[in-house]
Design a protein around this ligand. Structure first.
Ligand SMILES: [Zn+2]
Length: 183
């Protein structure tokens, strides 16, 4: 009998542009057990220049996602890119990241996650947990799990940094049950 693990879709983590590879590598390692599937980390991809909006001096999430989609080895793979650039969607000033369930692709930026964004001294102990929680939240979305209303759940819809800092790194029981059913 085949192991169920073989049927599960892979997660692919992509360091996008000039980004701290150690941080992304650590993230890729930690995501595997969370979603109980294998995680590949790619060597890296250049930030697509077409994504750059000169007027806003920001990068458009949707252009990035369309590039990520081309990296997929099969339609079921989930691709997450991590970058340092300031990201936007047309209806928002700036976003921490974006996940598109249909294409199975997501991007997150460390831009707002870093303390410098708030004029505060850099604090490494804060950066990784924020990145991990955001990545977990976005990937859960790729597996068709909607935002959670439990403020302690890692899948809680958190746009403000205090909300992200305040939630735990774990899924609540409801999200956990949904996750078990996902392939
Ligand atoms: Zn939850």
């Amino acid at each position: 009998m085949k192991s169920i693990g073989l049927l599960k879709s892979k997660i692919v983590v992509v360091p996008l542009g000039e980004v701290d590879f150690m941080l992304v590598n650590r993230l890729a390692t930690d995501l595997g057990p969370v979603f109980n599937r294998s995680v590949d980390i790619l060597k890296g991809m250049k930030m697509p220049s077409e994504a750059h909006n000169v007027v806003r001096n920001q990068y458009y999430c949707m252009v990035i996602l369309s590039k990520l989609e081309r990296l997929k080895a099969n339609s079921r793979e989930k691709v997450l890119a991590v970058c340092e650039e300031d990201l936007y969607l047309p209806e928002e000033n700036n976003v921490l990241g974006y996940a598109d369930m249909l294409s199975g692709t997501a991007v997150i930026s460390l831009y707002e996650i870093r303390q410098e964004f708030y004029g505060l001294p850099e604090d490494d102990s804060k950066i990784y947990p924020r990145l991990f929680k955001e990545a977990t939240h976005r990937i859960a979305h790729l597996f068709d799990i909607a935002d959670c209303r439990n403020p302690k759940c890692v899948n809680y819809f958190s746009q403000m940094m205090p909300d992200i800092d305040n939630k735990t790194e774990k899924f609540c029981d409801i999200c956990k049950r949904q996750l078990v059913g996902s392939v």
